[in-house]
Design a protein around this ligand. Structure first.
Ligand SMILES: [Zn+2]
Length: 426
């Protein structure tokens, strides 16, 4: 991704905003210095129950599935780790890219229980082979009676890495986000494949940490409440997209960047469909019209060992159209801080989401170039989850797993999983 070049007149408000943003950085420094008292950066839990509903699930699964510390191969497999497979290069068309494609497809095909449909979008451009992967869980997949034309939520990420510098891993750009979406898919799959007619309780072993100590105890997932609240057992659909070719091959330009998203947005825009409304009117739509919100994850999970890097984790709200959804993410983050899964370290308790941090929407345009742009241009509502300013290791050889932050990875995994569950069951 890149900050799009704009005429000076349009750049001016951004420069002014950046000036005020830096005042925020100074404020934060003061707040960190005073031992956390009167800390207005910390959100209080609303206690509304809107947010985290399946804490036990996360307590049990986060550690083994999203542990960022590299292990020996067999150990990694036995832990069913979903993030470490992204600790390598993923250049479009390379053997490594094919391997990670295979890994992601196998995850949806063979480890999940529900009927996720898989769409592979292969194409060539600029001498490279690209493959977008789309995994859909729509009500129609599992229940023929439901309406296939219901709108769905898109969660998107790019899985490719830059060609140069050679050996670039792209841990936060965007390996961590890929792992988080695999975790989210398994979370959603576990919940909606739970047989609520079966009297047997779902039991499993819970491993969790308090300080440095490890404990084990029996856990019972409370999925029944979900079904009590939604007695039909149906849900709103989601599509998880892994884009190829987000990075430029030579130098970022309109023609040399976001290959995968440009291709898929155009393809879906051309996929026309006619729908008969309840009043008998027939309207023509395309696949893009079915997207209620397009959530794009990028540059999430970077380390927070300096003040600068903490500020580099903050994700503003970019679009007024989706600010309501941003608000829910922020509420969930507040509940996360109240849970026993969040870190007690003061530096780990600064929200990355802040509903007063409305950044670019007043400019009426998208300023950051990323995979959302082709969809945005066709009018799809966008929720762009990318920190700004970008973290300091962005597009450097320092973007490695050693510079990821376990707490940030965990936090985003919980926020996005619970957000998606809340949306699907609404
Ligand atoms: Zn990048």
């Amino acid at each position: 991704m890149v900050l799009v070049r704009l005429p000076l007149l349009l750049k001016l408000p951004i420069i002014l905003w950046f000036f005020f943003y830096n005042i925020d950085i100074i404020r934060c420094e003061k707040i960190l210095d005073n031992d956390g008292n009167n800390n207005d950066w910390l959100l209080n839990s609303s206690g509304s129950g809107l947010g985290i509903s399946q804490l036990k699930y996360h307590e049990e699964n986060l550690y083994k599935e999203l542990n960022i510390i590299p292990k020996k191969d067999e150990e990694e497999k036995s832990h069913n780790n979903l993030i470490l497979p992204f600790n390598g290069t993923r250049v479009p068309g390379s053997l490594e890219s094919l391997k990670i494609q295979d890994y992601i497809i196998n995850h949806f095909n063979n480890t999940l229980k529900l009927n996720w449909t898989i769409e592979l979008d292969n194409f060539q451009e600029n001498g490279y082979n690209f493959t977008n992967m789309i995994f859909s869980l729509l009500p129609g997949n599992n229940d023929e009676d439901t309406n296939m034309n219901d709108k769905y939520l898109v969660l998107a990420v790019h899985y490719d890495t830059m060609i140069k510098p050679e050996g670039f891993i792209g841990a936060m750009d965007s390996g961590a986000s890929c792992g988080i979406l695999l975790y989210l898919s398994k979370f959603i799959d576990t919940i909606y494949s739970y047989d609520h007619d079966d009297d047997m309780e779902v039991t499993s072993t819970l491993a969790y940490s308090i300080g440095k100590k490890w404990h084990k105890k029996k856990n019972i997932y409370d999925f029944t409440k979900l079904y009590d609240d939604n007695s039909s057992g149906t849900f709103k659909g989601i599509k998880i997209i892994f884009f190829d070719g987000e990075e430029a091959i030579e130098k970022w330009s309109d023609d040399d960047s976001i290959y995968g998203s440009r291709h898929l947005a155009k393809k879906w825009q051309e996929q026309k469909q006619t729908i008969k409304l309840k009043n008998g009117t027939i309207i023509e739509t395309n696949e893009l019209d079915n997207i209620e919100v397009f959530v794009l994850l990028d540059l999430l999970g970077s380390k927070s060992d300096t003040l600068e890097s903490i500020m580099g984790q903050r994700v503003p709200s970019y679009y007024s159209e989706t600010h309501m959804h941003y608000g829910l993410l922020s509420t969930i983050e507040g509940e996360y801080f109240e849970s026993n899964i969040s870190s007690r370290m003061e530096s780990s308790r600064i929200p990355v989401l802040d509903p007063s941090n409305l950044v670019f929407e007043q400019f009426g345009m998208s300023v950051i170039g990323d995979d959302h742009l082709p969809f945005y241009d066709y009018g799809v509502p966008i929720l762009h989850l990318i920190p700004y300013p970008f973290p300091s290791s962005w597009h450097t050889m320092s973007d490695t797993f050693a510079n990821l932050d376990q707490e940030q990875v965990n936090r985003w995994a919980i926020i996005l999983s619970e957000f998606t569950l809340s949306w699907m069951s609404s």
